[in-house]
Ligand binder design. Structure first.
Ligand SMILES: *Cc1c(COP(=O)(O)O)cnc(C)c1O
Length: 234
């Protein structure tokens, strides 16, 4: 059996290659799509191994678990992304621990993150509910513009783009969902007071990396394909 480091290296090489191939197929510039390595439930040693291979951005979902790993790894120059559901009593810890937050979907949360942040502005993505009926997280697209406006008025937040977690059950809808989010992104960029900083479309996970890039994603969030399957959460 392969040891863990060898396995992780092989996974990383495969995913890097898949991303670069997807860029070529979508006629994108080289290195225009960023890889966010989703390390939830995986040990700090796995993150260290990936970091040594050249991976600098990691995504975490659970505040307590993430804080412990971030503390262990504080000597490394990792860019930490929060991609989990935000509880309002955790906003302070999120705002002071992470560099990016992908899952802002209401004004109250945005306000609290801005209040708690000091130093460099916190990079924000708005999570959009792209397939309304089933999933409950994410802003309703009809309220997106209002939420974006309130965020770009907050002093300690920098609105960088949009993100989605499409419902995995509506697989046939995935392409439409991605296409839809890309349109919302382009429209909002047109209205943004400083469009050059509105530059990130976070969509695509292990199952739909290629599809997401072909539909305009420039940040893919990959967990399983990099670190292996996760144990089910109790
Ligand atoms: C867990 C998670 C991922 C990674 O999913 P995989 O299918 O394991 O690649 C991506 N985005 C979010 C928001 C997640 O919670």
């Amino acid at each position: 059996m392969m040891d863990r480091a060898t396995q992780l290296k092989q996974n990383f090489t495969i995913i890097e290659h898949a991303i670069r191939t997807a860029e070529v197929n979508a006629a994108l510039e080289k290195q225009s799509v960023r890889l966010l390595a989703v390390s939830k439930t995986k040990p700090a040693t796995d993150i260290e191994t990936m970091y040594a291979l050249g991976q600098k951005c990691f995504g975490e979902n659970y505040v307590q678990e993430a804080t412990e790993k971030i503390n262990i790894l504080k000597e490394l120059s990792i860019e930490w992304h929060f991609i989990g559901h935000i509880q309002s009593n955790k906003t302070k810890q999120i705002a002071t621990t992470f560099d990016w937050v992908h899952t802002v979907d209401r004004e109250k949360i945005a306000n609290r993150l801005s209040e708690a942040r000091d130093g460099k502005p916190l990079n924000i993505l708005i999570q959009v509910n792209v397939d309304l009926a089933k999933t409950k997280s994410g802003v309703d697209p009809s309220n997106l513009k209002d939420l974006a406006e309130s965020i770009w008025n907050l002093p300690n937040l920098r609105l960088r783009g949009l993100m989605s977690i499409p419902d995995p059950e509506s697989d046939s809808q995935l392409k439409q969902s991605h296409h839809y989010l890309k349109n919302l992104f382009d429209n909002l960029k047109r209205d943004h007071p400083t469009p050059e900083i509105f530059d990130t479309l976070s969509m695509g996970m292990t199952q739909d990396l290629e599809l997401a890039v072909s539909e305009g994603s420039n940040m893919v969030r990959i967990g399983t394909a990099l670190f292996g399957a996760r144990a089910p959460k109790e």
